[in-house]
Design a protein around this ligand. Sequence first.
Ligand SMILES: Nc1ncnc2c1ncn2[C@@H]1O[C@H](COP(=O)(O)OP(=O)(O)O)[C@@H](O)[C@H]1O
Ligand SMILES: [Mg+2]
Length: 343
Amino acid sequence: MPDNLSQPILEVKDLKKHYPVIKGFSRRLVGFTKAVDGISFAVPAGQTLGLVGESGCGKSTAGHCIMRGIEPTSGQVIFYDRTRGPVDVVQASPDMLRHLRLNMQMVFQDPSSSLNPRMTLLDIVSEPLIVNNVARGKELQDRVADLLRVVGLLPEHMHRFPHAFSGGQRQRIAVARSLALRPQFIIADEPVSALDVSIQAQTLNLLQDLQEQFDLSYLFISHDLSVVEHVSDIVAVMYVGKLVEMAETETLYHNPLHPYTEALLSSVPNPDPDAVKNRIVLVGEVPSSSKPPSGCYFHPRCRYAKPECSQEAPALREVAPGHVVACHFAETLALRGVTAVRI
Ligand SMILES: Nc1ncnc2c1ncn2[C@@H]1O[C@H](COP(=O)(O)OP(=O)(O)O)[C@@H](O)[C@H]1O
Ligand SMILES: [Mg+2]
């Protein structure tokens, strides 16, 4: 159960990433793709915040901006570093960034493309330790053996290459590497989306075990609400660069207040035949963040939309402690959450 009094490890404040849109021969600036457009949230220490939304909503851009892999346009990312205290990642000097990268790591969707096929497990997992001068020689090998054990791989396989392993095992290699420097915080961007469903659960369990063992905090990015539910303490729902709803996981799943959240929840696998029959099909696609609709960005796809929804953009507001939503009619809609026992 999340403890609201717990210290944050990360606070994201009004984070924006706007890409200029250039047209034609004269390279005229015609607008901006607002991939991330003013999102704010806090990840409590030792907990997981799940960031969800359909593909194209800006989740990965947000993740990269938090790591400064991409330069944010504006906003603050306060990271509570274990030795340096609170640091704004957005303003951090190159030296400070190098230090922060020891404590903040990222794990990606497709381990096959993030692992160099010409490097052995030993090379892959030991690289961050060598680059940062943490260990060498026998100690290095011992550290790698420990890390492989921790993620459920056999240390005697450290001289093999990634292709000798399955997708799930490769994701474990990537996780071992991300743990090498004992980070405080990991951003996992769709870490199980490329894996078979049977392997997904194992990998999620591993990430949860590691969280306890190493007191890790996670930002867990996924387009799939059923994946995020089991690992998240708080869930934030993103649509066209903005947050539309955020709450503690149980509250969000049982009592969603935004029609977009309701629609995403209704596509979560559910053994209840009524739920299947009443599934809400989201028509159309996520609008481009360079040309979003007027008013509420969700209104063209919203089954409850009223005339004012196309005119005025709803502000994100707190409707109950810790529960924020951006919908004009959040209080009057009776939305359906997930009630039945799921598979
Ligand atoms: N380098 C870029 N230049 C211009 N637009 C971009 C760039 N990177 C991402 N975008 C746009 O930003 C939006 C969000 O993308 P992304 O963060 O990858 O979404 P998600 O991870 O939720 O699928 C998309 O509309 C995408 O086309
Ligand atoms: Mg993405």
